[in-house]
Design a protein around this ligand. Sequence first.
Ligand code: 2BA
Length: 111
Amino acid sequence: MKLIIAIVQDEDAQRLVSTLMEAHFGVTKLATTGGFLRAGNTTLISGVEDERLPEALDIIERLCRSRQQMTAAPTSPAAGMGGMGHTHYPVKITVGGATVFVLEVSQFLKV
Ligand code: 2BA
């Protein structure tokens, strides 16, 4: 068995959960915050049988679109005047589709 941890955009999360559930995957949805943008995103965890891993990854890939987004990126404090505070400047970044980790599960218990 594998554990999928998928970090997705909030806009894609509900449809992705519904589609995974319709395909009979178990899913848990967590409200999370990205370290860079400090904005909300969604983390899904799903335990899947090895033979169904490609199917689950295919659903995630199909439903999670990448988007371009403007953000005010902070420079490091050291880059400011004499290290005094941050400077913010707008940068265009591409967010998503999904950041996915696949882990080996050593045990799956429901007690
Ligand atoms: P955030 O950390 O808020 O990052 C949002 C997007 O900002 C990233 O999209 C990337 O396009 C950009 N970005 C991140 N760090 C950057 C940097 N130092 N300089 C310039 N641009 C940067 P994604 O790569 O698609 O990541 C989406 C979300 O997935 C991330 O939100 C974070 O919550 C998670 N994530 C990404 N890589 C991760 C990792 N190695 N471990 C844990 N979580 C990760």
